[in-house]
Design a protein around this ligand. Structure first.
Ligand code: CTP
Ligand code: MG
Length: 241
């Protein structure tokens, strides 16, 4: 699916979680933000981006795909079934791509629960990494002083704030390299909560690309209000998708 000069860029959106911490009547990616669901806002960012070849959407088994509001996709949206943990869902999406794409193609893994990703951050991530051998992730430098706790809940150490970052998504890696790293981590029983940690565990050093703190992961009920505010600030709350 690619020409020989530049690898294609794919988006992979894990959306198979149940949203336990949100505690709503349905998974948080199906809650409304203005005129659209959280998931539709997230998908819209990637589907309207000219550099993205296609979007793999990973959905939970209990979801009726016909009941999901999906933006106009023009054949660029592919649905895959999710797994027990986020990393399993991502691996299912990567398996789907591996059967169709080149090993060196890029995959941008982005949480369905992060609908406020600014377009500029996506552009910046792609432009910075597309000639990088490994890849990397959006991240936000820490503004607070960070403490490392001991088992008793006391401060063991104050970390150097200048070196502490919060990992965001998208995380952008080569298809086959990411697939191997996640498989090796799963084989070793490593708990993996983001793609970069699998790459690190495989001995690599992903690049940190500074992104906006607006790119929150909707996790608890109060985050919905914050997401509404951030989408309004980006003029995206009521946009047609
Ligand atoms: N996710 C997934 N498959 C899973 C678990 C999570 O695709 N088995 C997705 C979620 O849908 C979400 C992203 O991974 O878009 C980040 O996960 P998280 O914020 O933890 O979402 P949930 O697991 O749904 O929430 P909670 O942990 O509160 O249950
Ligand atoms: Mg979770």
């Amino acid at each position: 699916m690619t020409d020989s000069r530049s690898p294609a860029i794919w988006a992979l959106i894990p959306a198979a979680g149940v949203g336990r911490r949100m505690g709503a009547g349905r998974p948080k990616q199906f809650l409304m933000l203005g005129a659209h669901t959280v998931l539709a806002h997230t998908l819209g960012i990637f589907l309207e981006h000219p550099a993205i070849q296609g979007v793999v959407l990973v959905l939970g088994p209990e979801v009726d795909p016909d009941a999901v509001e999906l933006p106009m996709a023009g054949g660029r949206l592919f649905r895959v079934a999710g797994g027990a943990e986020r990393a399993d869902s991502v691996r299912n999406g990567l398996d789907f791509l591996a059967a169709r794409c080149d090993a060196a193609d890029w995959v941008l893994v982005h949480d369905a629960a992060r609908p406020c990703l600014p377009r500029e951050d996506l552009d910046h991530l792609i432009a910075t990494l597309r000639h990088d051998p490994l890849g990397g992730l959006l991240a936000a430098p820490s503004t607070d002083t960070m403490k490392l706790a001991d088992a008793a809940g006391r401060v063991e150490q104050t970390l150097d704030r200048a070196r502490v970052w919060r990992a965001l998504t998208p995380q952008m890696f080569r298809l086959q390299a990411l697939r191997s790293a996640l498989a090796a981590a799963a084989e070793a029983g490593m708990p993996i909560t983001d793609e970069a940690s699998a790459m690190e565990w495989h001995g690599q050093r992903p690049r940190l690309i500074e992104g906006s703190p607006m790119n929150i992961k909707i996790t608890r009920p109060e985050d919905l209000e914050t997401a509404r505010l951030y989408l309004t600030m980006q003029n995206r709350l009521r946009n047609p998708i």
